[in-house]
Design a binder for this molecule. Structure first.
Ligand SMILES: C[S@@+](CC[C@H](N)C(=O)[O-])C[C@H]1O[C@@H](n2cnc3c(N)ncnc32)[C@H](O)[C@@H]1O
Length: 351
């Protein structure tokens, strides 16, 4: 790379929050939408002013940045259009979910990343609430932050559920423990998928309350779902016995390597010999698209600065190593092509 090009790239990093906030503000103020709606009869900034509630000054500074950042393009006559990047920011669901998550959940807290790395604590979390991990505060987050957190969480699991259900129900389980079951989405999906299965949701008390409220509204399944409120990191807590399947979706990445091992050991302690353990994760080294691995690698820093200070998005090889170390073997592995990001590791106790 030429030095001049390197300097340009370095400035993009030095000013990256400006670009980020410009994109977010242009979305907020509906400017990207209006530009896209006028794709055929391209508007100039002067014409755009009459379509949006933004001053000429506001439009000028925002669009100059957006053009420099390749979000918007301007032709010789000064007429505007979205670039493919701008179009993705406006229309692509993954981008929308990632951007809102970054802005509402992470932006302020990331300022404390250096302290988080030094102290091994989520030092940015205090910007959104007074808890030791984000999970303790999930049900109490301010509404707009909660919405962005859950949309992010659900985006990276919901679209995998239909294929996952087919895999998990192959062996016709009668009792599934959904560890880290959150608001009950998986419990609802699996109890609806099979009308004989029972599901136990295991999670922190705040999430159990929300899951219970959601599930009690659905008469056809309410009596087949039970609950266990516990902090899995509490050395005294136990995962009860009785499961045919232990299901952990996007759960183990919330913990450090040692904690993951200790959770697997808790499962092992009371598990039947032939229980199935299914771990669904988005592994950074198991992605087809660079946009996906980039998003996951960035997400690790959310864990560092905001969530708990010691977890991350992992490589599949790391997980397999921990699984093995805890006394399980990976008997099967599924890439979920329809969701595009997920892998399910099917594990069993070593004989
Ligand atoms: C990223 S969410 C995954 C939710 C869901 N399984 C999914 O696939 O969307 C992680 C879940 O783990 C739960 N969790 C985090 N720390 C926990 C702990 N120490 N004990 C029990 N549950 C915990 C959180 O409350 C949250 O519901």
């Amino acid at each position: 790379m030429r030095t001049l090009d390197a300097l340009y790239e370095a400035q993009k990093i030095a000013f990256s929050p400006f670009v980020f906030q410009t994109a977010a503000t242009l979305l907020d103020l509906n400017v990207l939408e209006v530009i896209e709606n006028h794709r055929q009869d391209r508007l100039t900034i002067d014409q755009l002013e009459s379509h949006v509630d933004v001053s000429k000054y506001g439009l000028t500074v925002l669009l100059e940045m957006a053009i420099a950042a390749n979000i918007v393009e301007k032709d010789q006559e000064g007429r505007l259009a979205l670039t493919k990047v701008g179009y993705s920011i406006l229309k692509d669901e993954m981008t929308r979910v990632n951007l809102n998550f970054t802005r509402d959940v992470c932006y302020l807290g990331l300022h404390n990343l250096t302290d988080a790395i030094k102290n091994g604590k989520p030092e940015g979390l205090k910007m959104i609430g007074d808890w030791s991990t984000v999970y303790e505060g999930l049900s109490q987050l301010p509404d707009h932050i909660k919405k962005s957190w859950f949309e992010f969480d659900h985006f990276y699991s919901d679209n995998a559920f239909s294929t996952a259900l087919e895999i998990i129900f192959k062996a016709n389980p009668k009792m599934i423990f959904d560890i880290g079951g959150n608001t009950g989405k998986w419990a609802i999906a699996s109890a609806k998928y099979n009308d004989e299965v029972n599901v136990k949701i295991i999670d922190l008390p705040g999430q159990i309350n929300v899951a219970q409220q959601n599930i009690n509204k659905i008469e056809s399944i309410a009596n087949r779902v039970s609950y266990e409120a516990l902090n899995i990191l509490d050395p005294k807590s136990e995962i009860p016995e009785g499961a045919d399947v232990y299901w952990m979706s996007q759960f183990l990445d919330c913990f450090s390597e040692q904690e993951i091992e200790s959770i697997l050991l808790k499962i092992k302690k009371n598990a039947k010999k032939d229980s199935d353990v299914y771990i669904m994760e988005t592994f950074i080294d198991d992605q087809d698209f660079p946009a996906a691995s980039f998003s996951l690698i960035a997400t690790s820093l959310y864990f560092t600065a905001i969530a708990n200070g010691n977890s991350k998005m992992y490589s599949k090889s790391v997980f397999k190593y921990i699984i093995e170390k805890a006394g399980f073997e990976t008997v099967n592995e599924y890439r979920l092509n329809d969701s595009g990001y997920h892998t399910i590791l099917h594990c069993k106790l070593k004989s």
